[in-house]
Design a protein around this ligand. Structure first.
Ligand code: GLU
Length: 310
């Protein structure tokens, strides 16, 4: 792995010239970010960091926040409650689909799509004098080992234009999946999506999941190991939305993308991988990030389904 920094650099050079895709133009603040930025980082379970490209450039978590807030809700409410409110099946629909509630139960299909994630956020409440917002910020700060902040402009921009997410939340209220604090729940969801990180932060988050919930550098337990499989299995089957099947087939790793261009993948027991580049495809995935991670995984045979013993 000594040459990993050089290899990551090669991937950045190779794919930076790809200008396919668009920024997430349905959120005005995200539409105007610099499109040439591209970074990759890897954090191994022993805490070693490999990196290349624009790793210091900040971006908002967007949907890469979803598995982590789901893990927090699982710890607080337990598996039984969470499964009674949010399913564990891939929806095969786009991330912001309005028709993504199960026919019989009216639960959202899974916590990785917007309906499920908005429901999950509604279960995170103020606790012991700490606001739900502060609690979520502190959680991500524990993953990244430094205090994080919310990008107020992105938060406001998303909040003001979130007609679709608002209608999903009201549908969830209609079916009693969430309670009356609809606006507060949506605010928390928009805020978790607006938390600023860089690519190394994202790799540390992925590295913590890879390391069974223990932050690879601080060695603190951030997620109870018992819940790691819940989160990783959902990332594998639902993390890449309506291209989750293609991702599992070609990459074979639990992953999560965000419309800001962040992408993280987890090699259980080995490493967390992160990429950032803001030009996204129709499904909302970073185009350069997907290409680069696919190549990295192929070269080092990192797929969970590929035996390394031959
Ligand atoms: N905040 C975004 C939304 O709700 C997140 C979508 C994503 O990153 O996939 O539309």
């Amino acid at each position: 792995m000594e040459n990993l920094n050089t290899y990551l650099q090669e991937l950045i050079q190779k794919h930076r010239s790809n200008t396919e895709g668009t920024t997430a133009n349905y959120i005005p603040e995200l539409a105007r970010v610099a499109t040439d930025k591209f970074a990759m980082a890897i954090v191994t379970c022993d805490g070693t960091i490999y990196q290349a490209g624009d790793v210091e450039v900040p971006f908002t978590l967007q949907s890469t926040s979803k598995p982590f807030v789901y893990a927090m809700a699982l710890e607080e409410h337990g598996r039984e409650f969470m499964r009674s409110r949010v399913g564990v099946e891939p929806s095969g629909e786009a991330f912001n689909s309005i028709v993504e509630l199960e026919k019989q139960t009216h639960r959202p299909y899974n916590p990785m799509i917007n309906s499920g994630a908005i429901a999950v956020s509604s279960f995170i409440k103020d606790q012991k004098g700490l606001s739900r917002e502060k609690r979520v910020l502190d959680l991500f700060g524990a993953y990244t080992n430094h205090q994080l902040a919310i990008d107020e402009k992105v938060f406001q921009s998303e909040k003001q234009t979130a007609h679709r997410n608002r209608s999903i939340a009201h549908l969830l209220r209609h079916f009693d999946v969430i309670g009356d604090d609809i606006d507060e729940s949506l605010d928390l969801y928009f805020k978790q999506c607006s938390i600023l990180v860089n690519t190394i932060d994202l790799a540390l988050m992925a590295g913590t999941l890879a390391n069974n919930g223990v932050q690879p550098q601080t060695k603190k337990i951030i997620v109870k190991p018992d819940y790691i499989a819940d989160v990783l299995s959902l990332m594998l089957t639902c993390g890449m939305y309506d291209s989750a099947g293609e991702w599992a087939y070609t990459v074979g790793l639990p992953a999560k993308s965000g419309v800001s261009g962040g992408l993280l993948a987890v090699v259980p027991g080995k490493m967390g991988i992160a990429a950032y580049s803001p030009l996204i495809d129709q499904q909302g995935h970073s185009i350069r990030g997907v290409l680069a991670i696919k190549e990295l995984v192929k070269k080092y045979k990192l797929s969970m389904f590929r035996s390394t013993h031959n």
